[in-house]
Design a binder for this molecule. Structure first.
Ligand code: F6R
Length: 237
């Protein structure tokens, strides 16, 4: 495990963007696993700035996202597809047909989960997976006590997660109750993992994740077992 102590949130975003940029430079047709949430926003802004300066070419890459709410269409402002389009894809030269997010409005959600997992396999797996971490140690929407061997699946969101995410919706009742997420096995199969975490309120979970026992009650603790994990943290380790 490699740990980078960032000096600020901006520094964290630059360090994470450096690692993503290096991956594209090394392999122009890399497959990225991307995350949503507040932590990667600065990283995506950095990538957009670098693209606009002519420093990065995204035309060869493919991107698969970690998760999506069940029931939200692609143009819903809180869907993760909408997030990725507006924060990143609309501003860089990625081929949109090479960007994938689970389809939250699929008729058959179980089938969508299988399709998504097969899609990732058919791409040859993920070269670099970017991850944020929830206060309870979730990665993707893999909540505490998710089995480590899960692949892409549908989860019922915990009340705490619904509450935490209700800040983005008009009311708590509008937060979807289910989501599709890559499983812990899917995430662990990525060749490289980049975990970013910012803020003192993540200090406790980061301590448990990186130095505590590896156990399903702290889903992110499995990352200790990954052979190529880089952590970029600001004010929480
Ligand atoms: C996002 C995701 C989540 C977030 C986590 C942290 O696609 O899968 O696991 O990474 O909830 O969110 P923030 O960055 O908002 O603290």
């Amino acid at each position: 495990m490699k740990i980078i102590h960032a000096k600020s949130y901006e520094d964290l975003s630059c360090e994470a963007a450096n690692i993503i940029s290096a991956q594209i430079t090394q392999k122009s047709n890399s497959v990225f696993g991307f995350a949503t949430g507040s932590t990667p926003i600065g990283t995506y802004e950095q990538l957009v700035q670098r693209y606009k300066k002519g420093e990065l070419d995204f035309s060869g890459i493919t991107a698969v996202n970690l998760d999506e709410y069940v029931g939200l269409s692609e143009d819903h402002e809180q869907s993760y597809r909408y997030f990725m389009n507006t924060r990143l894809y609309d501003h860089i030269n990625i081929d949109k047909s090479h960007t994938f997010v689970p389809i939250g409005t699929a008729q058959d959600i179980d089938n969508e989960c299988l399709r998504y997992e097969e899609l990732i396999n058919s791409l040859g797996g993920i070269d670099l997976q970017l991850l944020g971490i929830g206060h309870n140690g979730h990665i993707g929407f893999n909540e505490p006590n998710t089995c480590f061997s899960t692949t892409t699946h549908c989860v019922k969101l915990k009340d705490t997660t619904i509450k935490a995410n209700s800040r983005f919706f008009a009311s708590e009742a509008q937060v979807p109750t289910h989501a599709i997420t890559m499983g812990i096995k899917t995430i662990m199969q990525a060749k490289k993992i980049l975990l970013i975490a910012s803020g003192a309120e993540k200090a406790d979970i980061m301590q448990k994740t990186l130095y505590g026992p590896v156990m399903p009650s702290v889903p992110a603790s499995i990352l200790q077992m990954h052979p190529d994990l880089t952590v970029v943290a600001f004010d929480c380790i």
